[in-house]
Design a protein around this ligand. Structure first.
Ligand SMILES: NC(=O)c1ccc[n+]([C@@H]2O[C@H](COP(=O)([O-])OP(=O)(O)OC[C@H]3O[C@@H](n4cnc5c(N)ncnc54)[C@H](O)[C@@H]3O)[C@@H](O)[C@H]2O)c1
Length: 301
């Protein structure tokens, strides 16, 4: 059997088209949705992610302001700037790039970011709103992206057995809540799970996000499995060495090995040939959240 390949990019394009329409409507009412990105240091990966966000947002008429700090920024300086961005009426959302350097205390920062301007649910208020299905909240973009993928491909999760291989606050836990809200039966596996395969083999849907190429192999799946691989990893060989492409560059993958497509019914993964994974949906939803915040903060329906 050869799986139907699901395209995260296709899902993201539908979301971006809606964002553009919504942003134009807001513009007609004199509101320009605006995101502030707070970045510490000059990590090339973060800079390239920031550039891709700016480009995508510009295409949907969302403004972005980069607020950059030197690597040695103090907690006091960071918090003071965060508070002023919280107060800035022209800014509707604030995305804080992680990881933060050791001298910054994320435990304090996450309570300071205004929950109404918190598009990726850093502030625990938003995770609480997810628990009680309060739609004024913001839910983590990557987890919500998996639900958008199900919606786009008309995958009804009600009554389905779902295994999520990830127990983080940005993915496994919020996604488990979203799925149970839709009446799926959810198991969460993690690094200390005795046998992940025991769970995945029984599951209608497997969501994996570990960042380990080849963590998911066909023998772990049943014939009807739907696989959503959220991970961003790099290909390694059996000895744990990076596999390089013809230009000497590391090969980007997800957790799923290529041959999972021979067993699964549907799949998306960043592993080459498997549809690209969910990364583009995450960024598109970030834009949706900026627009939602702009509407809520300005009292526009
Ligand atoms: N697609 C996107 O938009 C997007 C966004 C954010 C993160 N990611 C990717 O998702 C992955 C997870 O991100 P995160 O922030 O949750 O990372 P994390 O390090 O917090 O979580 C990793 C998870 O993998 C589990 N794990 C590790 N080894 C395991 C093993 N051998 N067996 C079972 N479980 C194992 C851990 O217990 C943990 O739950 C990363 O690859 C990251 O790059 C993708």
């Amino acid at each position: 059997m050869s799986a139907v390949i699901m395209s995260g990019k296709e899902v993201s394009e539908a979301i971006l088209a809606q964002n553009l329409e919504d942003a134009k409507e807001l513009k007609a009412k004199g509101i320009i949705p605006k995101l502030a990105i707070m970045r510490v240091g000059d990590d090339p990966g973060s800079i390239s992610y920031e550039k891709s966000i700016i480009k995508r947002m510009a295409n949907t008429e969302i403004e972005v302001e980069s607020v950059c700090f030197p690597l040695e920024v103090t907690q006091k300086e960071f918090v003071s700037k965060l508070k002023s961005v919280n107060e800035d009426k022209s800014i509707h959302s604030i995305l804080i790039f992680k990881p933060l350097p050791a001298q910054l205390d994320e435990e304090e920062i996450k309570y300071i970011i205004n929950p109404a301007k918190d598009p990726d649910a850093l502030n625990p208020t938003n995770l609480g709103k997810l628990m009680i299905q309060d739609e004024t909240g913001f839910f983590p973009c990557t987890a919500e992206g998996v639900m958008e993928l199900f919606k786009y491909y008309k995958i009804d999760v009600k009554g389905k057995d779902v295994t999520i291989i990830n127990n983080s606050n940005v993915l496994g836990k919020p996604l488990a809540i979203m799925l149970t809200n839709e009446f799926a039966t959810v198991s969460i596996c993690h690094v200390f799970t005795k046998s992940v395969k025991d769970y995945t083999l029984k599951s209608d849907i497997v969501v994996t996000a570990c960042g380990i190429y080849s963590l998911l192999t066909p023998d772990m799946l049943n014939d009807n499995a739907i696989v959503v691989d959220v991970a961003m990893a790099q290909k390694k060989n059996a000895s744990g060495e990076f596999v390089l492409d013809e230009n000497g560059k590391k090969i980007r993958t997800g957790d799923a090995r290529e041959d999972c497509a021979e067993k699964a019914k549907m799949i998306t993964s960043a592993t080459p040939g498997l549809g690209g994974g969910t990364g583009p949906i995450t960024t598109a939803l970030l834009g949706s959240h900026v627009i939602k915040a702009a509407k809520l903060l300005s009292g526009v329906k």
